[in-house]
Design a binder for this molecule. Structure first.
Ligand SMILES: O=P(O)(O)OP(=O)(O)OP(=O)(O)OC[C@H]1O[C@@H](n2cnc3c(O)ncnc32)[C@H](O)[C@@H]1O
Ligand SMILES: [Mg+2]
Length: 168
């Protein structure tokens, strides 16, 4: 069976390949149909599900996977949040969330103005393409958890739920 991932971001596609090493995995661009910078758990999850649903429709006997990054308030502080969705060839949807990490207070203003976290992170870290490499989570954990590793854990949660529920 083939896995179609709703992104060309290598952290996402490689995360899926690492968890399904014996399957063909491809990344295609699909619209998340939410803001380019989701601002809540709900919106981030919706983006992941929208991506996964579109991917699952592309080919017969393929599963769609959507992985989405966003930000969310916990109390009055903004955290990075992450969600994933898997749509099986028969249309069952599994969802799971990923690790969260606190963002610096100073990022709140530009995020509210609509600047994407990827852009803000590059400026903050004085690097290019942070969102395609270690990610915000890598920067703020001193590279102890990279964006790809975090998404790989989300994909593990999706795979495990699929295995658990399909025989119930
Ligand atoms: O091509 P796609 O799949 O859209 O990949 P993306 O990097 O834009 O990722 P998302 O749309 O899922 O994330 C929404 C926004 O948040 C940014 N973002 C999310 N998580 C991030 C992280 O860990 N590091 C840097 N930017 C991140 C990302 O760059 C986007 O601007
Ligand atoms: Mg994006």
């Amino acid at each position: 069976m083939k896995f179609i991932v709703g992104s060309k971001n290598p952290t996402k596609v490689n995360a899926v390949s690492s968890i399904f090493p014996d399957n063909e995995v491809i990344g295609i661009e699909v619209p998340s149909q939410v803001s380019s910078q989701p601002f809540s758990d709900e919106e981030t999850l919706e983006g992941a599900v929208n991506r996964a649903k579109q991917c699952a429709k592309v080919e017969n006997n393929s599963a769609g996977i959507g992985l989405e990054g966003g930000v969310m308030y916990v109390g009055d502080r903004l955290y990075l949040c992450n969600w994933g969705a898997l749509v099986t060839p028969t249309g069952t949807i599994y969802t799971a969330s990923g690790a969260r990490v606190l963002l610096p207070k100073e990022m709140e203003k530009p995020l509210k103005q609509g600047i994407e976290l990827g852009v803000i992170m590059d400026q903050y870290a004085n690097k290019t393409g942070v969102s395609k490499k270690e990610g915000a989570i890598g920067i703020f954990t001193n590279n102890q958890l990279t964006r790809q590793e975090m998404f790989a854990q989300v994909v593990t949660l999706l795979k495990g739920q699929w295995e658990y529920w399909q025989n119930k």
